[in-house]
Design a binder for this molecule. Structure first.
Ligand SMILES: Cc1cc2nc3c(=O)[nH]c(=O)nc-3n(C[C@H](O)[C@H](O)[C@H](O)COP(=O)(O)OP(=O)(O)OC[C@H]3O[C@@H](n4cnc5c(N)ncnc54)[C@H](O)[C@@H]3O)c2cc1C
Length: 391
């Protein structure tokens, strides 16, 4: 077992750090303090594309760099630490593109992969519905065969970046026979978000940010050539898609700056004439958080190394995401408690510290254990697929 990065990987990390520094100095993109998907800059994504880092882990035969998932994490670790605006290319680099490489027809590969790699287009994920989040197979959106097209009707919800996406990756029911298993009744397809009959309605979250939406489909025509993989095999395909979603560092590092702010606050703030960092309970709490952070980070690198060995991580990705989700919730809870009233002030207050990012993260925090599969569902995956416990 070797926990060290190779010389090439260390050099690559330096290249990423230098790239971020150059792009930051341009002063034209907004670098954030928490989250990343709502920070969208097509121009920044274009620069990432020029480096070949969109599709960095994809196979070379599909236009990717073939550099593997550990290198992708090295790049993302630095980007997350810097709060880089990755939102324009993130979802399609992480899961839509790999899904097309894996299951897509030649048409989908030729039509979409080059444009994803160049950051010419962005996708949203159209999975969740009002009564189908954890239980995706309960989805009611239908795609009915109509000659050269499917006719799509229904509603999706919580669609991140649905308002900026040119295309959507849709899971819809293509077999309406009630006697057929729900798991054999769904298909995946690409939808043009500007097609007649698609309506995107904003949902403003608790932070006051417009990052997700409701999406309605009224008799939307989707060409059959946009089908990905096999008809009625979409549910199984999407499970692989979600494993890519769960295997990343984003769930751990979305609030990297909160950890840094907490450490800074403890070093610079006094209570009863003593710096907080001199209080044993606070030192102990922060040290425990740091230990957890480092252990989870190493585990997520391990999951990436499984992908590089040709294994699609499944329950391993669930372990990484669940522990990272719980860590982030604990981190923002702890930071707001230790920072007291300072931790509750948002950026519009003159007294706010760290641009109000700790309060913002606190307001974002209920979403951490839900997005991309809730912690309870992930625990079920760990129990059944990892530990082979009965259902
Ligand atoms: C910030 C954010 C961004 C999102 N972006 C997208 C997106 O881009 N595209 C998209 O399609 N979706 C998106 N989602 C939706 C997300 O995938 C769902 O919220 C998630 O899958 C949970 O589904 P739900 O909200 O319907 O909750 P439910 O499934 O109703 O779950 C509610 C609660 O019940 C628990 N629960 C449910 N079933 C079980 C069970 N069998 N055992 C134990 N506990 C259970 C859950 O853990 C949860 O705590 C996003 C969500 C958030 C918060």
């Amino acid at each position: 077992m070797n926990f060290k990065f190779t010389k090439e990987q260390e050099l690559f990390r330096e290249e990423v750090i230098a790239f971020i520094q150059t792009e930051k100095e341009k002063g034209i993109y907004e670098f954030g303090d928490n989250g990343f998907v709502h920070l969208v800059s097509r121009e920044f994504s274009k620069q990432v594309s020029k480096k070949g880092w969109v599709g960095l882990a994809w196979p070379k035969k599909y236009g990717g760099k073939g550099m593997g998932y550990v290198n992708r994490l090295i790049m993302l670790e630095e980007m997350f630490m810097a709060g880089a605006p990755l939102g324009y290319h993130f979802v399609q680099d992480r899961q839509i593109g790999p899904g097309i490489c894996h299951f897509g027809t030649d048409y989908l590969k030729n039509e979409f992969l080059p444009r994803i790699l160049n950051s010419d287009i962005t996708f949203c994920a159209l999975f969740s519905e009002p009564d189908a989040g954890s239980d995706l197979a309960n989805g009611k959106t239908t795609a009915v065969d109509d000659g050269d097209n499917f006719i799509v009707n229904g509603q999706k919800v919580w669609t991140s970046n649905g308002h900026i996406a040119e295309y959507g990756w849709l899971l819809a029911r293509t077999n309406l026979d009630p006697d057929v298993s729900r798991y054999d009744s769904f298909s995946e397809m690409v939808v043009d978000m500007k097609a007649p009959g698609v309506t995107v309605r904003p949902i403003i979250n608790a932070v006051g940010v417009h990052s997700f939406n409701e999406v309605f489909f009224d008799d939307v025509k989707v060409p059959k050539k946009n089908l990905s993989g096999k008809l009625n095999n979409g549910f199984r395909q999407i499970m692989a898609n979600l494993d890519y979603e769960r295997a990343g560092l984003e769930r751990l590092m979305q609030n990297y700056s909160v950890k840094e702010s907490l450490i800074d606050y403890a070093k610079t703030s006094k209570r009863n004439d003593r710096f907080l960092s001199q209080e044993s309970l606070i030192r102990d709490t922060i040290a425990k958080l740091e230990t957890e952070y480092q252990v989870i980070k190493l585990y997520i690198y391990y999951v990436a190394s499984l992908s590089d060995q040709g294994r699609l991580p499944n329950y391993e990705a669930a372990i990484g995401k669940a522990t990272a989700n719980l860590f982030q919730t604990k981190l923002v809870d702890t930071a707001t408690s230790i920072m007291g009233l300072h931790g509750l002030l948002t950026a519009d207050s003159p007294e706010a510290l760290y641009k109000g990012s700790v309060a913002d993260s606190y307001l974002w925090s209920p979403s951490y254990t839900l997005q991309g599969g809730s912690v309870e569902i992930l625990k079920n995956i760990i129990a059944t697929r990892g530990l082979k416990l009965p259902r």
